[in-house]
Ligand binder design. Structure first.
Ligand code: SF4
Length: 348
């Protein structure tokens, strides 16, 4: 067993995930099941399972949603065609896209409108990459960070833009950026990094922690891009690292010979899972927090949902008054309650 655990801070839920989980919680508390959700609301199996038990049906093809249904679009962002199909057929449609994903969508559209050949650095088939590329499919080429620019031949080398999936590893982005700047002197990039604050902070915390720990366990799901990036950051720093969904995934052999074990979590992983992992490790010399910054980002609930709840206020007020247990927090005071509480409400 470990003698000491270093717990990364920040870790786990980011502002976008907080907003999306709370938004879907509102939807399942206000509307009868089923509530349809296009793509997993966030990439975490435990969170998805809680919502499925609460009556959410996750779908990957928006055309399969019945006419007149209640629909939410996931935090990863959706293409214009998906948004328009959902808007046209749903009785209620709320887009829970993270504002930082929306920022990249705007950049894609702006660069395409200005005649750039856009290189989008991301992971093929990832929900966020699909939504971003769909903003201007004729102008965008997906660049896998592991393959780099080899397959790209721009029409005009003077009009190349380089944009990115928000959850990339900094090391993945930097390699492609360096190559692009070497090959295309005038390459255009976003003024503010496309890699989001949550991704960057979690990676930096893992880098610091890797200076002392010899093993890192990252809580998060297989399909979570930022979780996988944390594993690779630790391995790049020269330590062993494994992704786990929870304590049950820890193989005893992994722990042998490691006195100091780091623990972190991807941006969509519930902190209860992290705490269970720490309990399973039972470190003799306790747990030390390795904090690199205090995050205070907050994203309000989607405007369509806020509008909807206000419109339904008279109806829902009685059933969802703030003193009643088992309800989401007030729509205008949602800084006072978190996604963790929302999941607890759904699980109770
Ligand atoms: S990881 Fe970043 S971009 Fe993705 S939901 Fe969280 S804050 Fe938004």
């Amino acid at each position: 067993m470990a003698t000491r655990v270093l717990l990364a801070e920040p870790r786990g839920f980011c502002a976008g995930v907080e907003m999306a989980i709370k938004a879907l919680t509102w939807m399942v508390r206000v509307f009868e099941a089923p509530v349809y959700c296009y793509h997993e609301i966030v990439h975490n199996a435990a969170v998805v399972e809680i919502f499925e038990r609460a009556g959410v049906v996750f779908i990957d093809d928006i055309a399969t949603v019945p006419e007149g249904a209640v629909v939410m679009l996931s935090a990863h962002g959706s293409g214009p065609e998906v948004v328009s199909l959902a808007t046209g057929s749903a009785a209620v449609m709320v887009d829970a896209v993270c504002p930082l994903v929306t920022k990249v969508h705007h950049e894609v559209k702006r660069a395409a409108a200005n005649g750039f050949d856009i290189l989008y650095v991301g992971h093929e088939g990832h929900d966020e990459a699909l939504g971003a590329i769909a903003q201007a499919p004729d102008s965008v080429t997906l660049v896998d960070p592991d393959r780099g620019l080899a397959d790209f031949a721009p029409a005009d080398p003077g009009k190349v833009a380089l944009l990115a999936q928000t959850t990339l590893g900094q090391f993945e982005w930097q390699g492609v950026l360096d190559d692009a700047q070497t090959q295309y002197a005038d390459v255009h990039t976003s003024r503010k990094s496309d890699l989001c604050y949550a991704t960057t902070n979690r990676q930096r915390a893992v880098e610091i922690l890797s200076q002392e720990a010899t093993l890192l366990l990252v809580v998060g799901s297989e399909n979570s891009s930022n979780t996988q990036a944390l594993v690779r950051v630790a391995r790049n720093a020269g330590i062993a690292a494994h992704r786990i969904d929870g304590p049950g995934d820890i193989e005893p052999g992994w722990l042998e010979g490691h006195d100091v074990i780091g623990v972190s979590a991807g941006a969509s992983a519930p902190d209860q899972r992290v705490q269970s992992v720490v309990e399973r490790l039972r470190p003799d010399n306790g747990v030390e927090i390795v904090r690199i910054t205090q995050e205070d980002e907050y994203f309000p609930l989607p405007p369509a949902l806020r509008k909807l709840i206000h419109a339904l206020q008279a109806l829902v007020e009685g059933a969802y008054a703030s003193s009643q247990p088992g309800r989401p927090g007030p729509v205008d005071e949602d800084r006072d309650w978190g996604a963790t509480e929302a999941l607890e409400i759904l699980s109770s």
